[in-house]
Design a protein around this ligand. Structure first.
Ligand SMILES: NC(=O)c1ccc[n+]([C@@H]2O[C@H](COP(=O)([O-])OP(=O)(O)OC[C@H]3O[C@@H](n4cnc5c(N)ncnc54)[C@H](OP(=O)(O)O)[C@@H]3O)[C@@H](O)[C@H]2O)c1
Length: 311
């Protein structure tokens, strides 16, 4: 975490963030507000939303819940998941984000995903315009590869800007970010907010118990977490958690944050009971031994050079 990043009122950012993707979906307004309060009680002051979450309900609720303490929080939203990274699309989506959030300024604005059809200069110039007019404070990119991030950084620097946040997927069974993204961000001083620390719920062990959830309800998530080694890793994580008398979700989230580059896990849940073990991860003492034991439950991705004999 880059320590120059603060809330508007100057507070440090908690090393864990909460993602509001379920607000207005599985979490109704009352459940969402309880989740918000649960996070605030735990010291979380960074909330992640997006233009595309639940047709705007997530942003609208976040705007309501945080109104009385707005300046004490870091609010991040994302644009360009659909419609690309061109100026017209970004400005029109961001305008709607601001209206839903009821905020003159949004702390972090991410480009939600890389757009191969728009010159990166155009995207960065648009973000520069938003920053210069005081509508955003920090710039982020999500679902970018490391080279796309470095390219964006190069264009940002030419405009006197930074890429402040990177938002990749990262969890025990999705470890691609370890190869280039995490080291690149550490080298360039970019803060990493890692999404899906529980593998969309896989690492809680709920699917081993035959419970319902996203990996059954969504074809996209079912395909993402289909490989047999992922199910096997989840099972072995649950066995280890049983031995230790701890919830597997606590281990999974603590493991993400224990990477040497200290990514910030974006935790999430559709209800208070679900969230509790992820919050416990904030204070769970994960020893180096246990970190290595958990890492060994899934394949370590080969290094970028592919010279595994040297890794
Ligand atoms: N930039 C991007 O493209 C992107 C993509 C995805 C997410 N995100 C952000 O990252 C945040 C977190 O992502 P994520 O939701 O994928 O994170 P995750 O931690 O991998 O999965 C959270 C889901 O796991 C299940 N769960 C959580 N705790 C549980 C427990 N104790 N027992 C059983 N099930 C449990 C719930 O799913 P069920 O509802 O199925 O029970 C919950 O919604 C999102 O809210 C969003 O802000 C960003």
């Amino acid at each position: 975490m880059n320590d120059k990043i603060t809330t508007l009122s100057g507070s440090e950012i908690n090393p864990f963030c909460f993602g509001t993707m379920q607000w207005g979906g599985k979490a109704d307004p009352a459940a969402s507000e309880r989740l918000y309060q649960q996070c605030r009680d735990a010291g979380i002051n960074h909330f992640d939303t997006a233009f595309s979450y639940c047709e705007g309900a997530s942003e609208t609720m976040l705007g309501v819940f945080c109104k009385v303490e707005r300046d004490a929080l870091l609010i991040a939203t994302k644009v360009g998941h659909v419609g690309g990274g061109g100026k017209t699309n970004l400005l029109s989506q961001f305008d709607q984000c601001q209206k839903r959030l009821k905020m003159d300024m949004v702390d972090v604005l991410y480009l939600h995903r890389f757009d191969p059809d728009t010159p990166t200069e155009e995207t960065l110039e648009t973000l520069a315009e938003l920053k210069q007019s005081g509508k955003i404070r920090y710039i982020g990119v999500s679902n970018f590869s490391a080279w796309q991030g470095v390219d964006a950084l190069h264009h940002a620097k030419a405009l006197g800007l930074n890429i402040d946040f990177f938002q990749p997927m990262y969890n025990l069974v999705k470890r691609q970010a370890e190869v280039e993204i995490l080291p690149m961000c550490a080298a360039k001083g970019i803060t990493v907010a890692a999404y899906s620390p529980l593998g969309g719920g896989l690492l809680t062990g709920k699917y081993l118990r035959g419970e319902q959830g996203r990996l059954i309800e969504s074809e996209m998530y079912a395909a993402r977490y289909e490989p047999a080694f992922m199910r096997e890793a989840a099972k072995r994580l649950c066995d280890l958690a049983d031995e230790l008398g701890v919830n597997p979700a606590t281990l999974a989230v603590a493991w993400v944050h224990a990477h040497p580059t200290k990514p910030m896990p974006i935790i999430s849940a559709s209800g208070a009971d679900q969230l509790a073990p992820s919050i416990k991860a904030m204070s769970f003492p994960l020893s180096e031994d246990l970190y290595n034991q958990i890492s060994a439950l899934s394949p370590t991705p080969p290094p970028a050079t592919d010279r595994i004999e040297e890794a």
